[in-house]
Design a protein around this ligand. Structure first.
Ligand code: PGA
Length: 233
């Protein structure tokens, strides 16, 4: 089983997102998106799109699309202006939380400790944490978790220089595979995904060495993402 996580970042408004959902739904109806149990497709949406995203996913009437958030508060619900706590997401079909993305670490100064606290909050609400790391931090990040919790995580290996909007230097899939094996050992066999400039043309290479992929830029247009899924399936 492979995970494909579309990370929309701070892109799309309710109108452009609805167009995306409509195009994707049409492609499913036309049989252009394979409904295979081997792929778990997860949309990591900005919060304002979770409700239309939930309606879209439900209308597809399949287990095919799951929803994720791109961040969470490290606190419980309460007097924390501007935060979204895992508890606030109750009754929304949010299955996954993407945590500690390199953009959040770099721009909003999130630490390994913050990310671990966020993961705990997510788990308490039954939301699967996906913790993003690179070579330089994966070990220190692992130390923030109890040994027995490590293999409950999904890890995403994202070299910051590979991200399409900050360099887009696409690494060699074989090298990625080696780093992923090291990360897997540290995280006691947790699934490890790869992210950074994944697109239709290279998704197969990365799926051959990783348990899935995190897709930013190539998920923003429905047709591009559909082409990527066609290659992945
Ligand atoms: P990218 O982004 O696919 O646009 O490189 C990936 C990510 O930042 O998660």
């Amino acid at each position: 089983m492979k995970y494909i996580i579309a990370n929309w970042k701070a892109n799309h408004n309710i109108v452009s997102a609805q167009n995306w959902f409509d195009q994707f739904s049409q492609a499913v109806r036309q049989g252009r998106v394979l409904n295979t149990d081997d792929l778990v497709v997860i949309l990591a949406l900005p919060y304002h799109l979770l409700v239309p995203g939930a309606v879209f996913a439900e209308k597809l009437n399949s287990r095919y699309i799951h929803l994720a958030v791109q961040n969470l508060s490290q606190t419980e619900a309460g007097a924390f202006t501007g935060e979204i706590a895992a508890e606030n997401l109750k009754h929304l079909p949010v299955a996954v939380a993407l945590l500690g993305h390199s953009e959040r670490r770099r721009l909003y100064k999130e630490t390994n400790q913050d990310v671990a606290q966020k993961a705990v909050q997510a788990s308490l609400q039954g939301i699967q944490p996906v913790v993003c790391v690179d070579e330089s931090i994966y070990q220190q990040q692992a130390q923030q978790f109890n040994q027995q919790d490590l293999n409950q995580l999904i890890v995403a290996y994202e070299p910051p220089s590979a991200i399409s909007t900050s360099g887009g230097q696409i690494p060699d899939a074989a090298q990625v595979g080696q780093v992923i094996q090291q990360i897997k050992q540290t995280y006691q066999g947790s699934p490890v995904l790869y992210g950074g400039s994944v697109k239709a043309a290279n998704v197969r290479d990365f799926l051959a060495v990783a348990d899935g992929v995190l897709v930013g830029g190539a998920s923003l247009e429905a047709e591009k993402f559909i082409r990527l899924l066609q290659q992945a399936g």
